[in-house]
Design a binder for this molecule. Sequence first.
Ligand code: UP5
Ligand code: MG
Length: 196
Amino acid sequence: FSPDDVTVVFVLGGPGAGKGTQCARLVAQHGFTHLSAGDLLRAEQERPGSQFGDLIRSYIKDGLIVPMEVTVQLLENAMTDALRTKPKGRFLIDGFPRKMDQAHRFEEAVCPARLVLFYDCNERVMQERLLERGKTSGRADDNAESIRKRFRTFVETSMPVVDYYDKQGKVVKIDATATPDAVFADTQKRLTEKLG
Ligand code: UP5
Ligand code: MG
């Protein structure tokens, strides 16, 4: 597909900041297509015959970033699929890029992002949310040890990506500690200012 046919918004923020929650609302009200890199990796991990299942499983458990080739390919495939039914696609790419090499590769192979929504939340609140969700989510990384590792990766590896886009003036920073409704109201307001 041609980069002219798509608008890409990256959705970043720490583990449990509320990326998925806000993306679901944006899909419902603004017709975006939501692609969560983590969801795509978890689906690939479960796909019979996948050669990456074991690799993905161990990276996710340790909160590490799966080698970018895998994730970029999954995203490209999902975008191509979505464009079959919607020729001009508006995409929310959730939880990606979270390492600089991914950011560069996506920009070269797919297209640059129009803007980056950054959900800002402190670790205490994020940990509380994730441990609560872990009671029922079945996610292999919603436990205290994996959460600690995810936080470390976020600070060391993923925040530099946010800073990189901030220097380009693309980052819209949103306080993610408020209620989901309040965060969404703020998101809508800021997004409309930027995208129209
Ligand atoms: N909740 C949400 N918003 C709330 C609010 N405002 N107030 C109170 N509660 C709120 O929310 C988390 C929980 O908090 C939910 O229970 C929700 O109800 C509640 P959610 O919307 O799911 O937050 P989100 O930011 O999406 O959290 P998630 O756990 O999905 O974040 P991660 O970034 O850790 O997970 P992801 O799935 O993106 O990645 C998982 C792993 O995949 C990574 O650690 C990594 O190992 C791997 N990965 C890669 O290797 N490469 C990639 O490119 C992407 C992922
Ligand atoms: Mg998520």
